[in-house]
Design a binder for this molecule. Structure first.
Ligand SMILES: Cc1ncc(COP(=O)(O)O)c(C=O)c1O
Length: 402
């Protein structure tokens, strides 16, 4: 996705000039998101459906921008389900996530979800009873924690090893047998989401190929008539080297031949992408309130911090940023600055863990300049501990779809 830095900077400059206090804000470029989502959906070969995993960013303007482009939303809690249904009465919804409560299973059926992703035999049994009590049939995909011989790992593994997610491969046959006696459950598909942070298009193609090959073997062995395979999300963002992103064109091109060879006629392939859809539309901006030198290191202190933007700490990376110069300087004394050196960018929290960037080279940064962190549109505000220290929340701005 193209970053429209000129438009983002222009908006921030204007906002800074009007603000009576150091700026701290999220800015979402909905026009860029709209174009990105349209391009992603259009690039998928026939037989594929793009869902958006709203856990990445469930803000209403984001969902409203995405709704026309996606086949539906994937939700992972009763709260997300209620949020989507309150604003989108008709959109297809997939309900997944570990530890679902009976009440959430019931709500999913009552809200007419398109498919429930079941995480365990126990969850399946509870769902069957709840569906029977309601006199409904539950559309289900079984989430499988698939073991693969040569699984290329990423920094965030959800399967392929012992994890709390999905039904382990060896337990699947017993679940399938059990399902034969349960007309309340309609087995529609299988669901795989073994990893996130995938940056290698070729490795991801191999992973999807392995999912489809295994699905075909199970269909043959157990006489399954599935209508889809959900291959999860997991496409990453290269925060460390932003110029080298996942090669989506290569991936979508490879997908076409892969589907052709999969030998699963009539079985659609679903994607439920989160990070790759929304990360690049979001920016976190913090105005510099102090610059300090301590024991040979330089610290740039911005207004805000990891209680707003936890992504760098959560992923253990130094987040890239741009310096937006602000020439206005209201004091009589010299302006603190750092030039041609490496800095750490920290926030206002009383913990050394409040670190957004480290060993980051800067040409020039001065107090009152604005730091702009790109790729802050997914797992950013929504995963942060907003009320720690009771600092005010950042402004939330949206550049509209023209
Ligand atoms: C089951 C499931 N599907 C989809 C996603 C979205 O993953 P990503 O944002 O990496 O695309 C997640 C993320 O945790 C997930 O757990």
């Amino acid at each position: 996705m193209e970053l429209r830095l000129a438009e983002v900077f222009a908006h921030l400059r204007e906002a800074e000039a009007e603000a009576g206090a150091p700026l701290c804000a999220y800015l979402y470029d909905l026009a860029a998101l709209d174009a990105h989502a349209a391009a992603l959906a259009a690039s998928l070969p026939p037989g594929c459906d793009l869902f958006y995993a709203i856990k990445a960013n469930s803000d209403l303007p984001i969902l409203q921008t995405l709704a026309p482009h996606v086949a539906g939303f994937e939700v992972s809690s009763g709260g997300e389900l209620a949020w989507v249904r309150a604003h989108f009465a008709e959109i297809p919804v997939i309900f997944s996530g570990p530890g679902k409560l009976d009440d959430e299973l019931r709500q999913a059926l009552e809200h007419g979800v398109d498919c429930l992703h079941v995480e365990s035999r126990h969850e399946l049994q509870r769902l069957a009873e709840i569906a029977a009590r309601l006199g409904r049939t539950a559309p289900v995909a079984l989430r499988v924690n698939l073991t693969l011989d040569a699984l290329a790992e990423t920094p965030l593994m959800m399967g392929g090893k012992p994890t709390p997610f999905g039904i382990p491969t060896e337990q699947l046959p017993a679940c399938l047998d059990w399902l034969r006696e349960r007309p309340e459950i309609r087995l529609r598909g299988l669901h795989f989401h073994l990893l996130s942070h995938q940056l290698d298009a070729a490795a991801h193609l191999r992973l999807v190929a392995a999912y489809l090959a295994q699905t075909r073997r199970w269909c043959e062995a157990h006489g399954l008539a599935l209508d889809h395979v959900n291959v999860g999300g997991g496409i990453g963002i290269n925060y460390r080297e932003p110029a080298r992103q996942f090669d989506w064109p290569a991936f979508s091109a490879g997908l076409a031949s892969l589907l052709h060879e999969a030998g699963l006629p009539g079985v659609r392939v679903r994607f439920e992408l989160g990070r790759y859809v929304t990360a690049a539309c979001g920016y976190y901006a913090m105005q510099v309130v102090d610059i300090k030198h301590s024991h040979g290191k330089t610290f740039v202190v911005g207004r805000g911090g990891s209680h707003h933007f936890r992504t760098p700490y959560a992923q253990g990376h130094s987040h890239p940023f741009h310096v937006l110069p602000v020439d206005d300087w209201p004091y009589a004394f010299a302006r603190p600055q750092a030039a041609d050196q490496r800095v750490s960018v920290v926030g206002q929290l009383c913990t050394p863990k409040d670190l957004l960037a480290f060993d980051a080279p800067v040409e020039s940064v001065r107090c009152n300049d604005v730091l702009v962190f790109p790729y802050a549109g997914a797992y950013a505000w929504h995963i942060s501990h907003h009320d720690f220290l009771r600092h005010p929340h950042p402004a939330q701005w949206y550049l509209p779809v023209e």
